[in-house]
Design a binder for this molecule. Structure first.
Ligand SMILES: CC(C)(COP(=O)(O)OP(=O)(O)OC[C@H]1O[C@@H](n2cnc3c(N)ncnc32)[C@H](O)[C@@H]1OP(=O)(O)O)[C@@H](O)C(=O)NCCC(=O)NCCS
Length: 173
């Protein structure tokens, strides 16, 4: 039920710089180098999705990859929606469209990490799991003390799947 029209599509390498800016605007996401974002758009385009307005502004993005040892899994790295586009269902729409695309290529599970207290992210993924009919479990994957030298919140991994239902799909993905 997005109110502002957007097009969902596979990223291209030319999205990398705008993606770097979008992520910088989307606290509390960790920022990456432009080079990292370029690679997400180039080598990992099959497991990512971009949302742009009619004016060509990049207003949403999900980056991800298939872990080499778990090819049936989409690991979602980051979800970013420009503040002016939030609350319109765009993140959920992108996530379901991306999952629909990778399911056709053998993906039946999803993993992501969320820092405790990121209620928007928790609500987004729990809703997606519900729509996909996927059970999930959680555990601390990277801990503040052990992995971040006390300088970053814990990262809790959500492991969901297998998907048992088809979720509603938007027109373009
Ligand atoms: C998290 C984020 C991507 C959500 O984008 P969005 O397009 O506004 O999300 P949606 O409108 O698709 O909402 C999906 C669900 O999450 C819920 N939700 C969204 N924002 C929420 C918030 N701030 N608090 C609680 N729930 C929230 C929605 O209510 C909706 O559930 P519902 O349909 O049952 O009501 C966006 O807020 C964002 O970019 N935040 C900053 C970066 C970030 O934290 N990313 C996630 C970590 S990877």
């Amino acid at each position: 039920m997005s109110l502002t029209p957007v097009t969902l599509r596979k990223p291209e390498s030319t999205d990398g710089f705008a993606l770097n800016n979008l992520v910088e605007r989307c606290k509390p996401l960790d920022t990456n180098s432009v080079y990292c974002n370029l690679l997400q758009c180039y080598d990992f385009a099959d497991t990512a999705i971009a949302a742009e307005t009619a004016d060509g502004d990049l207003v949403g993005f999900i980056s991800g990859y298939r872990p080499p040892a778990r090819q049936d899994t989409l690991f979602v790295w980051q979800v970013a929606v420009d503040s002016r586009m939030r609350g319109q269902g765009l993140a959920l729409k992108m996530l379901l469209a991306l999952i629909g695309r990778v399911r056709a290529d053998g993906v039946s599970r999803l993993e992501t990490t969320i820092s405790p207290g990121n209620e928007a992210s928790e609500a987004l993924f729990k809703k997606a799991f519900r729509l996909l009919g996927a059970e999930y479990s959680t555990e601390v994957l990277f801990s503040r003390e052990t992995h971040f030298n006390g300088q970053h919140d814990d990262e809790v991994i959500y492991r969901a799947g297998p998907f048992t239902q088809s979720a509603p799909q938007p027109a373009q993905a």
